[in-house]
Design a protein around this ligand. Structure first.
Ligand SMILES: *[C@@H]1O[C@H](CO)[C@@H](O)[C@H](O)[C@H]1NC(C)=O
Ligand SMILES: *[C@@H]1O[C@H](CO)[C@@H](O)[C@H](O)[C@H]1NC(C)=O
Length: 162
């Protein structure tokens, strides 16, 4: 019984401090860096198959594209960030931000979508739904509409220019 209590306390401590319950799985063959799932400033350094949590220098975010700390590029702490490229199936968990619990009578809340300028999310009764902009338009976070790519200033746009 005593053993169980210790285990429960340990689990609670992890939840309270906001640290992840599980360390990510590290490949044993390579030393790589893996982004923290919800905190933009954190990452895991994998060394010899073991993950160690690290913090980026102040003002910087971990940039998974270059696997280094970099200037912030649209990551919002507290929202899930994928380890890998997003799958082609739109996933509401990749909507960046939270939906209010209740809809406003006057406006629909739109959220940007992680790492894909053509997608965006709409809030409905606290739930997120993914939508796609028409043709080549990009989601413009400032105006909350689909817009031409240049004025839309989607933070992930430059990645897709080959
Ligand atoms: C991210 O982690 C840093 C370092 O542990 C912490 O200071 C910061 O509050 C965290 N941010 C969020 C949004 O949890
Ligand atoms: C964005 O998402 C759409 C719909 O899932 C997909 O067809 C498109 O390839 C994605 N674009 C990028 C750049 O990932």
């Amino acid at each position: 019984m005593k053993k169980y209590c210790v285990v429960i306390v340990a689990v609670l401590a992890v939840v309270v401090t906001g640290l992840p319950e599980n360390l990510p799985e590290c490949p044993t063959s390579r030393n790589i860096r893996i982004p923290h799932p919800t905190n933009c400033t954190l990452y895991y350094a994998c060394q010899n198959g073991e993950a160690n949590i690290r913090i980026c220098p102040e003002g910087l975010h971990f940039d998974n594209a270059i696997r280094m700390c970099n200037w912030p590029k649209g990551c919002i702490s507290g929202t899930p960030r994928p380890n890998t490229q997003p799958t082609t199936l739109p996933d509401p968990r990749l909507c960046m931000g939270e939906c209010p619990e209740f809809d406003s009578q006057w406006e629909t809340i739109h959220l940007p979508y992680w790492n894909n300028c053509s997608l965006f999310c709409k809030c409905s009764n606290g739930k997120k739904f993914v939508f796609k902009c028409k043709k080549d338009l990009h989601f413009d976070q400032r105006l909350s509409v689909c817009n031409w790519p240049i004025p839309a200033k989607c933070p992930w746009r430059t990645k897709f220019i080959k």
